[in-house]
Design a protein around this ligand. Structure first.
Ligand code: FEO
Length: 619
């Protein structure tokens, strides 16, 4: 019986799930299964996007027939010829002999190679070609090496849907849900999404970045990949993960320790190092490479900032499972990491030098100079060597400071948030544009990083809609507020979300810079336009590094600082009515009523935390 899912009024998921497959591509274990997605568009013409793996072709054919509901199939678009998406191609051509096959020239060659079929009458498309199917116009965008050379993606400019082929896919069968927002994706699926990315397309970061660049000019409301969930909400967060992974930038500061141990002594050294790092407040994860599948360790290597490899020497070389892992990691182009090495050898330890040689081929890998070399087992004298390695790793972490419990003379570490307000923050209206949507928000963290190239950084709370627009478009304007800025500007751009309102509605701010983005032309002294070159995920905020593309100097007036704002711009709080109980936000004046305020409370207006609230005492 068919099992399909409606996506829009004229788009239907006709794929299928495989929970019996042991090894995807013969290499990657998929304990939670995998989905092979295929989509049927029912316009004036009917269009099928890709097919499925042979394991599920019977269900797929039932799904297609049911979704067509008696209509003919007009087009079959082959975006990716790999057999997990094309095994049912011959069945489709046989059942629907009048269907027009749509693909690029490289795909046509691959189809002939795999099947021997004569498809000389296929409709061959190239970059920016379009296909009109009635109400919908489909645009073809080449995406070579994401993940094979023939890959292309398709953008439906009518419903703003990106059919992304392997990109934005996830391991794991769809257990009744189709949309990422139907599940707790970050908790339940992000690890598998990272494992999928790192192992399937991790090698091709430059090509993924090229696709992300092309996608940044598209107004995307939905992403339909060939594996895993359809994204109809919060696509920006997943796109930002792809931006990090494809730039080989770590997601988290911490140390991944992978060890290969024959009798437990190399493992012992790795454990001691992990304990020392934890004493320093540094996060650690550990993997026994003889037990944990390489694909999981490769995914972790893409996640963490620091990597430690500890290996026994075996047949005068690296231990077999560690050597296989390192070969895989180097093949997947791992970059931008700090690495430390521990070797073990009972008579001639060679593994450390060989690991160093392998990883030395990778780009921007900082290998800590001192290898800890163990002879059979860790000796008391070597504890200091492991500690020195932990210190060397820790010295590359800006924070936290070492939690030295033995230092009785030092003051107990404490944090007074007031110290943070002594920093000389400015105040800025950050604006962005996505398609026809203009938006802006207030931020207080922007600074120049370098002169050549002229580069700035900004930190933006992820709750801001402007944040998502910048993730998607990579461009923004910074309007530097002057001391004359009235409170109404803060009310206009802060305290509410651009998701629900048009922050420029009724305003006179019509001016745009060369990048097409609006700015605030009054009560500001300068405007900076910038294009994002890198972004870093810091939990609640994203830090964007951006190259300056244009500047305007509007006045000689002094810039408003955060302190100036509180002392001169922000209205003074009125005394609370007698008997009122609650907490007031010092930043925006929002009142949370009640006897208590949770520690993790976030102001619904300005997104500041509980530390920025004061208790209402009443009069
Ligand atoms: Fe899902 Fe590259 O095949």
């Amino acid at each position: 019986m068919h099992c399909t899912k409606k996506i829009t009024n004229d788009l239907i998921w006709v794929g299928a799930n495989d929970r019996r497959l042991a090894m995807f591509e013969g290499v990657y274990s998929v304990p939670n299964g995998v989905s092979y997605n295929s989509y049927l568009l029912k316009d004036e013409k009917t269009v099928l996007f890709d097919t499925v793996d042979k394991a599920v072709h019977q269900r797929f054919l039932e799904n297609v027939a049911s979704a067509l509901d008696g209509r003919p199939l007009d087009y079959l678009i082959v975006q990716h010829m790999e057999p997990d998406h094309s095994s049912a191609l011959e069945d489709i051509l046989a059942r629907y002999p009048k269907v027009k096959l749509v693909c690029n020239a490289k795909t046509q060659t691959f189809i002939k190679q795999f099947t021997g079929l004569d498809i000389s009458d296929a409709h061959i498309v190239k970059e920016n070609d379009t296909l009109n199917t009635g109400r919908h116009t489909l645009h073809f965008v080449m995406a070579p090496m994401v993940h094979w050379p023939e890959v292309m993606v398709t953008y439906d400019s009518t419903d703003k849907i990106l059919f992304s082929a392997d990109a934005f896919g996830t391991f794991g069968a769809l257990n009744g849900a189709l949309f990422a927002d139907e599940v707790d994706f970050n908790k339940e699926y992000m690890d598998e999404a990272r494992r999928y990315y790192a192992n399937i397309v991790g090698k091709y970061g430059a090509q993924v970045q090229s696709l992300l660049n092309k996608a940044s000019s598209l107004d995307i409301k939905m992403i339909c990949p060939l594996h895993g969930f359809v994204w109809r909400e919060n696509q920006a967060s997943f796109i930002s993960k792809y931006a990090l992974w494809s730039a080989y930038q770590p997601e988290e500061k911490g140390v991944m320790i992978a060890y290969a141990s024959v009798y437990g002594n190399t493992e012992n050294a790795a454990e001691i190092l992990a304990c020392q790092l934890r004493e320093m407040g540094i996060k650690t994860v550990m993997f026994d490479v003889s037990v944990i599948p390489a694909s999981e360790i490769i995914a972790a290597a893409f996640k963490w900032s620091h990597l430690v490899f500890a290996s026994a020497t075996y047949n005068a070389g690296i231990f077999v499972s560690m050597e296989a892992l390192l070969n895989d990691l180097v093949a997947h182009n791992i970059q931008n990491r700090t690495v430390a090495i521990i070797e073990n050898g009972s008579w001639a330890a060679t593994s450390g030098g060989l690991i160093r040689e392998k990883l030395g081929k990778c780009k921007n890998i900082n290998i800590i100079e001192q290898t800890v070399s163990i002879k059979s087992s860790v000796k008391a004298a070597q504890l200091s060597e492991l500690e020195a390695m932990a210190e060397a790793i820790g010295s590359t972490f800006p924070l936290p400071a070492k939690n030295n419990v033995e230092d009785k003379n030092s003051k107990a570490a404490s944090i007074d948030p007031a110290a943070m307000f002594k920093l000389s923050y400015g105040l800025f209206v950050l604006t962005a544009k996505d398609g026809s949507k203009d938006n802006g928000c207030i931020i207080n963290t922007a600074t120049q990083i370098t002169v050549s190239p002229l580069r700035i950084s900004i930190a933006v709370n992820k709750a801001n809609f402007t944040h998502d627009m910048i993730i998607k478009t990579g461009e923004f304007n910074l309007s530097i507020l002057a001391e004359s800025a009235p409170f109404r500007i803060f009310e206009q751009f802060g305290f509410h979300s651009g998701r629900d309102t048009d922050k420029f509605a009724g305003s006179d701010y019509l001016e745009r810079t060369a990048n097409g983005i609006r700015y605030v032309p009054e009560h500001t002294n300068s405007i900076i336009s910038a294009k994002v070159c890198e972004s870093y995920d810091y939990g609640t905020h994203t830090v964007f590094m951006a190259d300056v593309t244009q500047t305007l100097v509007l006045s000689a007036e002094a810039s408003a600082t955060y302190q100036y704002y509180f002392e001169n711009i922000k209205p003074k709080p009125q005394p609370a009515p007698k008997d009122q109980k609650g907490f007031v936000c010092k930043i925006c004046g929002y009142v949370h009523e009640g006897d208590s305020l949770p520690d993790d409370f976030i102001c619904p207006l300005c997104k500041h935390g509980a530390s920025d609230f004061t208790k209402i005492t009443g009069t």
